[in-house]
Ligand binder design. Structure first.
Ligand SMILES: *Cc1c(COP(=O)(O)O)cnc(C)c1O
Length: 445
């Protein structure tokens, strides 16, 4: 397992993160446990900002909170001076509860409900990223009703798609997100928003994919959206248009095969693309917004499990089961995501066997890792799976009524719980038993 950030093997032969021995973490907080390297998250946020500072462009770095959204995380993002993307009323509520500056919140999503739009208008968020005509009309009407004007960006689907290592241009854009350029919807949406009361068009947005390892796709999208930007300013009188949001999707290293660029390389390429496109169009440089999610939290997260049963099928494979699985990390089951692992309590021992790590849920598909090279694994060992910071806790479920793990942030030798472990009583706390079913054991309790 590759050691990211402050992760290291300490003098006891244990995995240590943020200056805290992971075996101490597991005895204190139990397993499964999500551990976040706070210093690594902060360093990555700072790396994005300093990379932008070097470009001379105006910019905003917005953390895509869907990757991992809790009160403490929102506090860190606020402290580091980033903006925040939310995609639901729940994420917005979390940000507001964390006292995140509302003017730095952007609201995304392809089906914002009237309630969510009202919640965001009441909070006075910085901008809505409008996804479709229905939302444009709804937002305009609700804003007029409240006597406010909402700043909006339009989400465009520029016909650039990224498939991890490569990008492709697609003529026909098949996506549930955004206004499509090919069909003319994007052009129409710009003109319509300029006439819609209650909204002010300040920017154009595109997001071309996730886990991107190259920069050509971004440049291509900037060129396409930049040309439309120019048309909007020059021909349609979009006088307030000043923001170009190029989305997120910056790739991270999960395993050996992943070869992400440095933060600085992504930003330099995007800045070059923006300058080249806008210079050639004779337009002032826009404020550029990026929206990294995975790349801020992904490598910073490690999940610690306790090993339980194993099953050896001679000549076939050996299964080793841990006390979590798809309920805390659905990504392998959802999209064949690949992870690396190590034994946190025997971190200096050489790998001697190849085993497959199974979760405890009642699904054959609940496999965390196929063919992991590990020392001979025993019941009671602590298995650490790295790079679980993004889309693990945020996608966790209670399938099989498995309680969700606690989350701790570690830094400088200190571990702080930022999400408590769910209890079995938490699991039934929202259940209601109608009076007609109340008899026997339940009525006595
Ligand atoms: C999901 C998403 C992001 C973040 O993507 P990552 O791959 O986590 O960086 C940014 N912007 C938009 C619009 C998204 O939907």
């Amino acid at each position: 397992m590759y050691l990211h950030g402050t992760s290291r093997v300490n003098e006891h032969g244990h995995l240590e993160i943020g200056g805290v021995d992971t075996t101490e973490l597991t005895s204190k907080f139990g397993t499964p446990l999500y551990v976040f390297d706070e210093q690594l998250m902060r360093e990555t946020m700072r790396a994005y900002k300093s990379a932008w500072d070097a470009t001379g462009l105006r910019y905003e770095v917005a953390y895509a909170s869907k990757a991992f959204c809790t009160l403490a995380m929102c506090r860190i993002v606020a402290e580091e001076g980033l903006a925040l993307d939310v995609v639901s009323g729940g994420e917005l509520h979390t940000a507001l509860k964390a006292n995140f500056p509302s003017e730095r919140i952007h609201f995304h999503g392809n089906n914002k409900t009237p309630d969510e739009i009202e919640q965001a208008l009441n909070a006075g968020i910085g901008a809505f990223v409008v996804d479709n005509f229905h939302e444009l009309a709804l937002l305009g009407a609700l804003a007029v009703e409240k006597g406010v004007v909402a700043d909006i960006l339009l989400r465009l689907s520029p016909g650039v798609e990224v498939h991890t290592h490569e990008y492709i241009s697609t003529g026909q854009e098949d996506s549930k997100f955004g206004f499509d350029l090919q069909s003319g919807a994007a052009q129409q949406a710009i003109q319509l928003s300029l006439q819609t009361k209650g909204v002010r068009l300040v920017g154009l947005h595109s997001h071309i994919g996730s886990q991107i390892f190259e920069t050509e796709g971004f440049k291509h999208a900037i060129d396409i959206v930049g040309n439309l930007f120019a048309q909007a300013v020059k021909e349609w009188g979009a006088k307030d248009l000043s923001v170009l949001n190029v989305g997120g999707g910056f790739g991270i290293r999960y395993t050996e095969g992943d070869t992400p660029l440095q933060v600085q390389q992504y930003i330099e390429a995007i800045a070059e693309g923006v300058k080249a496109t806008f210079d050639s169009l004779g337009l002032a440089h826009p404020e550029v917004v990026i929206e990294p999610g995975r790349s801020i939290v992904g490598n910073a997260g490690t999940t610690l499990y306790t090993v339980g049963s194993s099953k050896n099928i001679p000549g076939v494979r050996k299964y080793v089961s841990v006390n979590g699985g798809m309920s805390d990390n659905p990504r392998p089951a959802l999209y064949q995501a690949v992870y690396e692992a190590m034994l946190a309590n025997r971190a200096t021992e050489e790998p001697t066997e190849v085993v497959s790590i199974a979760g405890k849920a009642c699904e054959s598909g609940d496999m965390l890792i196929w063919d992991a090279k590990l020392p001979e694994v025993q019941a009671g060992d602590i298995l650490a799976v790295s790079c679980t910071g993004a889309y693990n806790y945020s996608m966790a479920s209670n399938y099989n009524r498995i309680a969700r793990p606690a989350v701790v942030f570690v830094q400088n030798g200190v571990a702080d719980v930022v999400v408590k472990r769910e209890s079995f009583d938490d699991l039934v706390s929202l259940d209601v038993v109608p009076a007609r079913l109340m008899d026997g054991v339940l009525s006595q309790s």
